[in-house]
Design a protein around this ligand. Structure first.
Ligand code: 13P
Length: 251
């Protein structure tokens, strides 16, 4: 059966020193805890190796928030999937709406990034989600379906089964305006059906689909209690160890 995961996305927050301190604090809170989900922390690139060195790898997986769409070479400022892997990270967040909106990441670029991540044995946490206007115009199912089809449906069934999906309605990110549990469940069920139509029920049933967008200790339990919501991708609330732990404890 599919795994439940609570993943933090620190975005562009915390100096190296602060990030190590936060990772240590989370690690400390999880010591001796009986976890009902996998825990992942998604840090800036420069934190990855240090954070991997201070957390219990059996309890906490490490994720990058991006990787390059090229293997190696003269691409100043870029970080490859192989480099991410070499830090001790095992996941990479790809397709976040902030990267799509502010850094021009297209479905085609993301397809390449996903392939390179998989080639380097990183599990992509692939983000999808509609903007407010698309929700209001009632085209949110089509939008999310095309994001999945265009970047992921070229994968073999074996490769697709390594993907974690994160439904993050853009209007809910950092706004304090969470999707209702019913809205999240409706979309997650649609995503699972879309996967089943392409790869069959077994792979669809085994795919972890996270919800992201203003999830916090107060709403996580209700969101996670939906049958097709398998955890969360947490932004702001992952920057406070106690809040992140409370979300983990919502399972
Ligand atoms: P917030 O939890 O801050 O809304 O961010 C969600 C998100 O974008 C996680 O990737």
């Amino acid at each position: 059966m599919r795994k439940n995961i609570v993943a933090g996305n620190w975005k562009m927050n915390k100096t190296l020193e602060e990030g190590i301190a936060l990772a240590k604090e989370i690690n400390e809170l999880l010591k001796g805890a009986e976890l009902k989900c996998d825990v992942v922390i998604g840090t800036p690139f420069i934190h990855l190796a240090s954070v991997a060195g201070v957390v219990d790898a059996k309890k906490i997986g490490i994720s990058a928030q991006n990787c390059a769409d090229k293997e190696s070479g003269a691409y100043t400022g870029e970080v490859s999937a192989a480099m991410v892997k070499s830090t001790g990270a095992s996941y990479v967040i790809l397709g976040h709406s902030e990267r799509r909106a502010y850094y021009g990441e297209t479905a085609e670029i993301l397809k390449t990034k996903v392939e390179l991540a998989l080639k380097n044995e990183l599990r992509p946490i692939f983000c999808i989600g509609e903007v407010l206007e698309e929700r209001e115009n009632n085209i949110f199912f089509e939008v999310v379906k095309s994001q999945i089809v265009e970047s992921l449906f070229g994968l073999s069934a074996d490769d697709f089964s390594k993907i974690v999906l994160a439904y993050e309605p853009v209007w809910a990110i950092g706004t304090g305006k969470t999707a209702t549990p019913a809205q999240a469940q409706e979309m997650h069920a649609f995503i699972r059906k879309t996967i089943a139509e392409k790869y069959g029920n077994e792979i669809a049933d085994n795919t972890t689909i996270l919800y992201g967008g203003s999830a916090n200790p107060g709403n996580a339990k209700e969101l996670f209690s939906n049958p097709d919501v398998d955890g969360g991708l947490i932004g702001g609330a992952s920057l406070k160890a106690a809040d992140f732990k409370a979300i983990i404890d919502s399972f």
